[in-house]
Design a protein around this ligand. Sequence first.
Ligand SMILES: [Zn+2]
Ligand SMILES: [Zn+2]
Length: 370
Amino acid sequence: MATMKAVVFKGKDHIAVEEVPKPVPRAGEAVIRITTTTICGTDVHIVRGEYPVKPGLVLGHEPVGVIEELGPGLQDFYTIGQRVIAGAITPCGQCFYCLNGTHSQCGGALGGWRFGNTINGAWAEYLLVPDARANLAVIPDSLRDEDVMLCPDIFSTGLSGAESGKIKVGDAVAVFAQGPIGLCATLGAKLKGAALIIGVDSNSKRLELARQFGANVTLNPDDGDVIETIKRLTGGRGVDVAIEALGRQETFENCLRATRPGGTVSSLGVYSGKLVAPYETIHAGLGDQTIVTTLCPGGKERMRRLMTMIEHGRVDLRPLVTHEFALDEIQDAFDLFSHQRDGVVKVALHPYVLSGVRTTRSRERTAVSG
Ligand SMILES: [Zn+2]
Ligand SMILES: [Zn+2]
């Protein structure tokens, strides 16, 4: 049996590079050779034991690669060697949820999220893509891996925060937390036509990126009362839409406090434990607010749309890719990313770069300053 190198979840706080069987596609499935992937905040939750997955699973849900092998039924639609991405969420396109328009919940709650959750993921030399016809999106020739590597999850998720919030032209929007997803939500607010975009974070480097991604005002909670300032900036009302991009009780509550009566809280964070809405933040339940949650939209049509925005120069996500590593160096990459050291925003991981060759030279990309 052919094998491949992959990063396996061994249990709480333990991942390891191991040789595992190379996947073989069945009907409707494809195998892609991964050229670039990345680490997500969700992977950090998994490794820390805060989100349960089975030990032995290959992690990672953000694949960029080349078609290596096609299962029966796909030959008319794809060719070997095509450069492709697949979304972090891989809907089947056939089930109750897909046909009712909630593709991310394919098959049941969170069911569309398969890679690195319920099936082997992208931190490997090869990845099996289920329901390939619904999920493989061909990368435009003019785009490099680094241009599109955030489409499978971060860009799709961040943008969906603005879309689900139904931002209108002229709206005032606050985005709580400016990590990779918050930054893409800020960008989404700009694309949707918000007039005032307020980025909130306690990391000054990230606030700088927030301004680059469309925020006209940035607020650091360490410098003063954020809610008071937001009220002052919006005629005492609060924003039309607040986007939660962290997954904490505190930011969720602040989103409710920052939103005007009749406004919308669009929540992207992954919460654990209990989430509470204090009665005054929802005006005793009579504030006409909308709270909406969204799991990353996936599928090939979503990926095509996102890549089109990059292809035509409307969006440039490269400033978010701050570091590069070989897949072999996953421990270093994970350590850097999970502790947010050295100004890291997102890391690119390359399974096919020999350890220490390309990465030592270009580990710290210059994209942030450039
Ligand atoms: Zn993710
Ligand atoms: Zn489905």
